[in-house]
Design a protein around this ligand. Structure first.
Ligand code: UDP
Length: 362
């Protein structure tokens, strides 16, 4: 079996790592599996890409398509043109795409147009919010895929509503959680821990990069003001996504308890998550990680494609209006935040299940 694995952006690297490990494990058990790793270059900053390859022991990509930057359409087009050439030169039995980034959608379109089968890992999740590019990426990818690996039964139900047959949907759990559980004992104290005199639960961690929160400078400023003034003096650590950095730098915000830093590596970031009082975020993946680590999480979005993090986990949607932050923080500090549980099959073995199914199918 010849596989092509696609990875383009930070959350992709975290999802692809355990799949590669499971392939290597199957090979050592005698299964003939070849794979080619294609990096589309969507994230090219070393802090958003190389760090994850090093920390998570992901092999050097066979090719980097170098398609970073540009608008949504420019990036989609660049990835499609480059990946089409690559796939024609290196034919494959199956292209595996993960998550919901531009690379996921662009490469699944290319593969199907070259009559190559596509498997989508993290298929079927939906926010039903078409203002988010990720939702469009999910919908297009799921319209084209042949095999669907899902994180929840709900995601499978969404796919069935699209008319997809049960025998192509595999509820395997969550590969992002495979990475979390495999690396939890390796989490690494960042230098800033001592620099800012951090202690367990003595700080709040925030990440913001979605257009609804950061594209308008004043909105981002209001969010940050609401956070720093309502955290009862705790330190606020803000690793700034490159998308947010440009806007933030124009804001001229100087709050003594707000510490802005560059994006962290996976092991250092999750060291901070695990010990934080709470996380405020608009990331999808982080709501899954906080759920598994039992850390209170406020999502600054109006909807989520991961409802299990709310129904079962520690996450709550508070919306994108800055005035919602204060009441949420009051609830946190009064000790009323829910405790949560871990969703079914988020047990660290999802990639193993995926590879088992692929061996059965091919
Ligand atoms: N992450 C990281 N360093 C950071 C911020 C996030 O390693 O400074 C990790 C985080 O643990 C999670 C992933 O990046 O695994 C989430 O990526 P992102 O928020 O970019 O994507 P989303 O989940 O929103 O698609």
């Amino acid at each position: 079996m010849k596989l092509t694995l696609i990875a383009g952006a930070r959350p992709n690297f975290i999802k692809i790592a355990p799949i590669i490990n499971a392939i290597k494990q199957a090979r050592s058990n005698g299964h003939q599996i070849q794979f080619r790793l294609v990096h589309t270059g969507q994230h090219y900053d070393s802090k958003m890409s190389d760090t994850f390859f090093n920390e998570l022991n992901i092999p050097e990509p066979d090719i980097n398509l170098g398609c970073g930057g540009g608008t949504q359409a420019e990036q989609t087009a660049a990835i499609m043109i480059a990946f089409e050439k690559d796939l024609i030169t290196n034919p494959s039995d199956l292209v595996i795409v993960v998550g919901d980034v531009t690379s996921t959608m662009a490469c699944s379109i290319v593969a199907k147009k070259l009559n190559t089968k596509v498997a989508h890992v993290e298929a079927g999740i939906r926010s039903y919010d078409l203002t988010m590019p990720e939702e469009i990426n999910r919908m297009v990818t799921d319209c084209l895929s042949d095999y669907f690996f899902t994180t929840t039964k709900w995601a499978g139900d969404n796919l069935k509503k699209m008319g997809i047959n049960d025998d192509r949907i595999f509820f395997v759990g969550n590969v992002m959680i495979d990475t979390l559980l495999a690396n939890r004992s390796r989490f690494k104290k960042p230098d800033l821990w001592d620099k800012f005199d951090l202690k367990d639960q003595s700080y709040i961690l925030i990440t913001l990069h979605r257009p609804a929160n950061v594209d308008e400078g004043n909105k981002l400023k209001s969010h940050l003001k609401e956070i720093v003034t309502n955290v009862q003096g705790l330190t606020v650590i803000f690793p700034i996504h490159p998308r947010t950095e440009k806007i933030f730098n124009d804001l001229d915000i100087h709050e003594p308890n707000l510490k802005t830093i560059a994006p962290l590596g996976y092991l250092e970031f999750n060291y901070l998550v695990e010990r934080s009082k709470a996380v405020l975020t608009d990331s999808g993946g982080i709501t899954e990680e906080t759920t598994v680590m039992g850390v209170p999480c406020f999502t600054l979005r109006d909807n989520t494609e991961r409802p299990e993090t709310i129904e079962i986990g520690t996450n709550e949607l508070i919306g994108t209006d800055p005035s919602a932050i204060k009441p949420a923080l009051i609830k946190l500090f009064s000790g009323q935040w829910k405790r949560g549980a871990i969703p079914e099959l988020w047990d660290g073995k999802s990639a193993e299940r995926i590879v088992k199914q692929l061996i059965r199918i091919f």
